[in-house]
Write a protein of this length. Structure first.
Length: 319
């Protein structure tokens, strides 16, 4: 690495896997700027074929999945502590727009099981006492018609962190009887399946925009957007039916773009976060921290969560 060789004085973005080695060197300093703007999540295809359509459109099912995922384990095992659990699309470091009133879903498999039972799902023998899903299928979760709850969970094969996340999610869901098959997929093929053809069941996705203004994500949260992947409007096909809260999000996102008052915009975006976190069109996971390194002798080095991460205040650096 050029930083370790002394060829450069700062490195604006580090992988969490590299932090320990760099932090161990006295001549270097690693700075953790906290969660960036990236948010990772699970999305279910609400328009999937067969029984899955009903499962994925069931809010109790999505809330159960949200309670079943151990985000703290993802932070520890995937990012070595350099990530934060998230509950909405606006990450905690985006202080201007973040709402601390978003609904949260603590890791609680018992609560997840109770929500599924309320929705009419039941466990096979071997799962009632909290045991996980066994290889022989014992303990499987079944829907009200007796069908085993099973689906493919796509994830980009080129993103190591997300592949690890998908494996942990697969293991967590097995604990409540759901068989989710984590399936690494070439990124272009995954994009085509999810965004162009709607040919997927569930996907682990991440969005890492560079603009903290919530309008930059309008194509995710508005029903006409090309990243509205859970209920996507496909070309040359009838528009899918919208939930009332989806229509409200559409109205709020459109309205806030025309407002001059920051207070009014903030209220609209807070309401969008409330609707998203309550209704869970996606299940939020974690936001990786922005990590940067510099030579220990450089003063004033204070990386930001947006580009340019390292150089935004370079005129204030000193030795």
């Amino acid at each position: 690495m050029r930083l370790r060789a002394g060829e450069v004085d700062v490195l604006p973005r580090l992988r969490a896997d590299d932090v320990a080695a760099l932090a161990a060197r006295s001549e270097l300093r690693v700075t953790d700027a906290g969660p960036g703007l990236e948010y990772n999540f699970l999305a279910f295809n609400w328009n999937a074929a067969g029984a899955q359509r009903a499962w994925f459109r069931n809010m109790q099912f999505r809330r159960a999945v949200a309670h079943a995922v151990d985000r703290d384990a993802i932070v520890k095992l995937v990012y070595q502590g350099k990530a934060s659990p998230i509950w909405s699309q606006v990450t905690p470091s985006n202080r201007v727009w973040h709402s601390d009133k978003a609904a949260q879903y603590a890791y609680d498999p018992a609560r997840a099981t109770a929500l599924l039972q309320q929705a009419g799902f039941k466990r096979d023998a071997g799962g009632e006492s909290g045991g996980g899903l066994r290889l022989d299928g014992a303990g499987a979760l079944r829907d009200p018609e007796g069908r085993a709850v099973e689906f493919t969970l796509m994830v980009s094969s080129s993103n190591a962190a997300r592949r690890k996340m998908a494996t942990l999610v697969e293991e967590d869901l097995a604990k409540i009887g759901i068989r989710a098959h984590a399936t690494p997929t070439e990124f272009a093929s995954m994009v085509d399946a999810v965004l162009h053809g709607g040919r997927y069941e569930a996907v682990l996705w991440g969005i890492a925009g560079g603009d903290p203004d919530p309008s930059s994500d309008a194509n995710v949260w508005m029903a006409s957007g090309n990243l509205h992947m859970w209920n996507l409007r496909l070309k040359d096909q009838p528009a899918p039916s919208l939930e009332p809260w989806e229509a409200e999000i559409d109205r709020l996102m459109q309205t806030q773009m025309t407002l001059v008052s920051f207070k009014a915009r903030k209220a609209a975006i807070d309401r969008v976060q409330d609707l998203v976190s309550t209704n869970l069109p996606v299940v939020f996971l974690v936001s990786p921290h922005v990590l940067a390194a510099s030579r220990a002798g450089i003063g004033g080095f204070a990386p930001a969560i947006v580009e340019p991460v390292a150089l935004w205040n370079c005129e204030r650096w000193y030795r």
